[in-house]
Design a protein around this ligand. Structure first.
Ligand code: AMP
Length: 204
């Protein structure tokens, strides 16, 4: 997805996260497969990987740092693994988890890296899979048609996304929060309470 200043957004709720986690765990179980290690891509896959580790009873959870979309809805060149795994994964069944595959580059790199660390078998999972992604996760909860592309505002990214987008729609420092709220709805399809806009506009 090219740089989008005012991306059409969709707020994701915790009940959806729970439902998607259950769905993926069910798919993994019905494939009669259970991972010995779960690798979560940080930051987007951090919470999803923990949710899946809980459901699948996996005790070994590791983090792999990938960077691609530095600022909300703005990809920065190509995906990069900026912190590699510290441990080897010799002979392990490993599930690599992220929140979404958009270009699919981050997940693809991560799967390759995990294989290079000696894993016996690597599978992958994301909550959402955009149909234009060049990489398809082994398991996903929902597919999103490329025409229905949205910037998904996950609960763990809510304030960061709101700060970025409120800053972008604010034409000047003096623009009242109420107007910023209206612009967020009109331009980004983001319907959020006024108190949240005020909080997002306040200095950190
Ligand atoms: P990609 O390498 O393009 O598959 O994207 C990797 C990461 O960027 C994901 O793990 C997300 O954290 C973030 N990301 C990319 N596209 C979106 C989107 N449409 N909505 C929300 N987050 C996204």
């Amino acid at each position: 997805m090219a740089h989008v200043d005012f991306p059409p957004c969709r707020l994701v709720s915790w009940p959806e996260i729970d439902r998607w986690s259950d769905l993926i765990a069910e798919k993994v179980r019905s494939a009669s497969w259970n991972p010995q290690v779960i690798v979560g891509l940080t930051r987007g896959g951090w919470v999803p990987s923990r949710m899946l580790a809980d459901r699948l009873g996996t005790k070994h959870l590791a983090a792999l740092r990938a960077q691609h979309w530095g600022v909300t809805a703005t990809p920065s060149g190509s995906a990069e693994l900026t912190e590699e795994l510290a441990t080897r994964l010799d002979q392990k069944r490993v599930l690599v988890v992220d929140d979404i595959t958009d270009t699919g580059q981050s997940l693809q790199l991560a799967v390759r890296h995990v294989a290079d660390r000696g894993a016996l078998e690597v599978r992958s999972a994301t909550y959402l899979h955009i149909s234009h992604s060049t990489y398809m996760p082994t398991y996903f909860a929902e597919e999103v048609a490329r025409d229905a592309w949205r910037w998904f505002v996950f609960p763990w990214n809510y304030w960061e996304d709101l700060r970025t987008l409120a800053g972008k729609v604010r034409a000047s420092d003096g623009m009242p929060a109420k107007e910023v709220q209206r612009e967020l709805k009109a331009r980004c399809l983001l319907d959020v309470p006024l108190s949240h806009v005020e909080r997002a506009l306040a200095p950190l």
